[in-house]
Design a protein around this ligand. Structure first.
Ligand code: ATP
Ligand code: MG
Length: 429
């Protein structure tokens, strides 16, 4: 067998210990915040039937047309690595009998897969925090969801984001608008790119979502969706805007915001940034009142959003707002087999005596000088030194590492746990 180095899969990244601090910061802020807004975590598989995504996301979308990782498994089932989480959560709500008029506020976080052209902020495996409110017709819940995202940026210390809003109206209103749009784009057929030509008959709204710079002027002059909204959707949108005003949340109406997936209706929103180059969407969502029925569940209104974790981590990298990951608290210095054994035993005692503190034992040997160098690098504030003769007397040396003015003391090995606990209480940091 070849012993050549195996390369990682293109567009799929490792998150190294040096970067994990920001990820954990984002995840813990998200988890705490969603708890306080009454959302429960749920977990769904990374793989689903291919048909789920085709039916949910829509045939004429970038995701279904070109980005899905689909395969046939050994049993001949057609499966797809999830490109997004909403479809799976809706599938789970239906297959677990969670609907029946009930309401659910749920969220999940995990990897998504899209076969895109990898670049800064755009990967083939990326991560989303996905939040869904199922069984709510809004617009109150629409406002709560947006408020929650605004609060999330505040907690993360992220400022370079702006909120864009639009309403897509009901499915019926959109059908009428779609007719107008088809006529308009047919008149400008010569200016359409290949993707748009295909979408012209299948789903002309998708053309508004085109990322092709050459298409932007023809898209900008197209009939505007907000002018063709139905009365109820207009009212819904006005109520949402009034609540956001009351909450003091600034937004911009973007009449071209149609979102990349087909299942949206009425409210759609997107948080964008100018800090990440071409990849400007940080968090996107909207209402999908028709999706659950479309997937065979009883008609149930719902709304949700997904936040791109890599892009949020990228924003934190720039703002420097994430706290540095914590290093060790206590480092056990020990030389000789008996001392190392004693240190491993003592470390267990300490982990029970000062719960949550990081207790590291010097493993792999080294003289005292090398061990103290490692202790210093570990970030520990305290070293416990187990020398052969101290050990013989049942003692251990306690040596503060960050404050020269506090000298080392000898403590009894038998009561080291409570001595260290006391030390942290008196020298709390
Ligand atoms: P984009 O316009 O950037 O392609 P999208 O409309 O396809 O985004 P959604 O499907 O709404 O995005 O996904 C929600 C969020 O997930 C996006 O706002 C973005 O932050 C993130 N995201 C989407 N695709 C990727 C990707 N390939 N790599 C990293 N993050 C992504
Ligand atoms: Mg996309």
């Amino acid at each position: 067998m070849s012993n050549a180095i195996i390369q990682p899969v293109r567009g799929m990244n490792d998150v190294l210990p040096t970067e994990i601090g920001r990820w954990q910061f984002v995840e813990s802020v998200v988890r705490d915040l969603l708890h306080t807004y009454g959302y429960d975590e749920m977990r769904v598989p990374v793989v689903e039937q291919t048909d789920l995504f085709k039916r949910a996301i829509g045939e004429y979308t970038d995701v279904v047309e070109k980005e899905m990782y689909s395969f046939e498994d050994k049993g001949g089932e057609r499966l797809t690595l999830r490109p997004e989480a909403t479809a799976g959560i809706v599938r789970a709500a239906i297959s677990n009998g969670m609907l029946r008029g009930a309401r659910h506020k749920v969220w999940c976080v995990g990897p998504m897969f899209r076969h895109e052209k990898p670049q800064k902020g755009r990967f083939r495996q990326f991560h989303q925090v996905d939040v869904e409110a199922i069984g709510f017709a809004g617009p109150d819940i629409d406002a709560e969801l947006v408020a929650l995202t605004a609060q999330l940026w505040r907690r993360l210390g992220i400022t370079r984001v702006k909120l864009q809003l639009n309403s897509l109206g009901t499915a019926e209103a959109r059908r009428a608008y779609r007719g107008l749009l088809t006529d308009y784009f047919r008149d400008h057929r010569a200016a359409l790119d290949e993707d748009s030509l295909r979408r012209l008959e299948g789903n002309p709204l998708r053309i508004l979502d085109s990322k092709n710079p050459a298409m932007q002027s023809i898209v900008a002059a197209a009939p505007s969706l907000p002018e063709h909204l139905d009365a109820e959707s207009k009212e819904h949108f006005a109520a949402l805007r009034a609540t956001l005003d009351a909450l003091g949340i600034a937004y911009e109406i973007n009449p071209r915001l149609v979102r990349g997936l087909d299942y949206y209706s009425r409210t759609v929103f997107e948080w964008i940034t100018d800090a990440l180059g071409a990849q400007d969407a940080v968090c996107s969502g909207g209402r999908y009142d028709g999706l659950i029925a479309q997937l065979g569940g009883e008609p149930t209104p719902a709304i949700g959003f997904a936040m791109g974790v890599e892009r949020v981590v990228g924003l934190l990298e720039q703002s420097g707002a994430a706290p540095d990951p914590k290093g060790a608290d206590v480092y056990l210095v020990a030389q000789g087999d008996a001392a190392v054994r004693g240190a491993l035993v003592l470390a267990e005692t300490l982990r029970a005596a000062v719960p949550g503190r990081r207790i590291e034992v010097n493993l792999g040997g080294g003289n005292f000088k090398a061990q103290f160098r490692r202790a210093d690098r570990s970030g520990a504030v305290l070293a416990l030194v187990l020398g052969e003769d101290e050990l013989a007397r049942g003692m251990v040396q306690l040596k503060p590492l960050r404050d020269e003015s506090i000298s080392a003391t000898e403590i009894s090995l038998a009561t080291a746990g409570s001595a260290v606990a006391n030390w942290f209480e008196e020298n709390a940091r």
